[in-house]
Design a protein around this ligand. Structure first.
Ligand SMILES: [Zn+2]
Length: 161
């Protein structure tokens, strides 16, 4: 598997051969919120599709030649600090993320959310589905920790039919 490469001489991080920038959950929650507040709900799907596009390309590069692509894709998600991704039920149109500090951060910053806030994770799950099944599937977040952390122990992503 292609490794994450950090060049300390210039501060450049390469993931799957692409330059990457990592931001903390505080920055990302405000960036996502600002885009939706300024440009409306259409920015929800735009952000999901951007995530899907970059993650499909990155995951294809990182999993080339790997037999157990599912495990690799789950490990990469964790390595990115996004939580614990479970793709075991992907063939049935379902995936989960536990320990999402991003979702919990949205809850603590903005209160109970009406809908799922894990747009990057949604795009990542769509990318994983495309790579693992060979088909594009429109996963949506149907349960999110940010809606009510007492009721939702994990974020759930499902294909809408
Ligand atoms: Zn979520």
């Amino acid at each position: 598997m292609t490794e994450f490469k950090l060049d300390l001489s210039n501060g450049e991080l390469l993931i799957g051969g692409k330059r990457a920038v990592l931001h903390c959950n505080h920055y990302n929650t405000f960036l996502q919120r600002t885009l939706v507040d300024a440009l409306g709900d259409k920015m929800v799907e735009v952000q999901i599709k951007i995530s899907q596009k970059i993650n499909t390309e990155m995951l294809r590069n990182l999993t080339q030649g790997i037999e157990d692509k599912k495990s690799a894709i789950e490990k990469i998600f964790s390595a990115l600090g996004l939580g614990i991704l479970d793709l075991n039920d992907l063939e049935n149109g379902r995936s989960t993320v536990s320990n999402s500090h991003y979702a919990l951060n949205c809850y603590y910053k903005f209160g109970n959310q009406k809908e799922g806030v894990c747009l990057f994770a949604t795009g990542y799950v769509r990318a994983a589905a495309e790579i693992l099944t060979g088909q594009k599937k429109d996963f949506f977040e149907t349960r999110c920790i940010s809606i009510d952390p007492d009721q939702n122990e994990m974020c759930v992503f499902e294909v809408r039919t």
